[in-house]
Design a protein around this ligand. Sequence first.
Ligand code: IPE
Ligand code: IPE
Ligand code: MG
Length: 232
Amino acid sequence: MEDKNIPKHVAIILDGNGRWAKNKGMPRTFGHKRGAENVVDIAIHAKNCGVKYLTLYAFSTENWKRPASEVDYLMKLLISFVEKKLAELMDNDCKLNFLGDLEALPSPTKKACKLALDKTKNNKSLFINIALNYGGRAEIVHAVKSIIDKGYESFEITEDLIKENLYTKNIPDPDLLIRPGGELRISNFLIYQIAYSELYFTDCLWPDFTSDEFDKAIEAYKKRNRRFGDIK
Ligand code: IPE
Ligand code: IPE
Ligand code: MG
């Protein structure tokens, strides 16, 4: 039976990889590698807790500003993530989905994303959305363009129509947004969808973010009183 105290949709900003590596005297890329290794472990743990949707911020529309060598490493890391983790995702009945403009990615990375989408398309236990070349503002611009292209008139514009034209179409809004890495900001993540999400920030860096850290966030969530503007 569904437990109402468990968030149905958890979103995580995967932050702190670079600092984690720097603290160990290692290059930033070492932190990205460790961070990627953490993803499926946390996803399986989330599934076992009863979470149905997990949305992970992996690369923002602003992350292209980073040195080309780091961007290149991240794009290749995605390919090796798919190669290494696809079997485990299949074994755990996880369905992958990507949020963002995949067309702008290098073609081998795009190909890996499409393979992962195709292989996992019939899985049902956990829906994992990876936000890649994702920006909340870019997503809203994309939604507005598609609404105009479909020929809607202004009187037909509703919140639901906007929702249906976001990358997160058919995905419920996040109940809980977790940001590891110590920064107290949203960094252009799901800005339309998190209007009523519960926010949880921790100094723990993403590569150190274990199942116990996840449980702490869930425990904090359970204590929240979600009123949605009402007085209950
Ligand atoms: C990983 O963390 C998230 C990505 C943008 C790929 P960072 O690379 O931002 O790590 P920090 O914040 O510099 O420590
Ligand atoms: C947010 O982290 C984006 C991802 C985790 C993919 P950043 O490290 O890019 O965010 P800022 O620059 O600290 O806001
Ligand atoms: Mg960062």
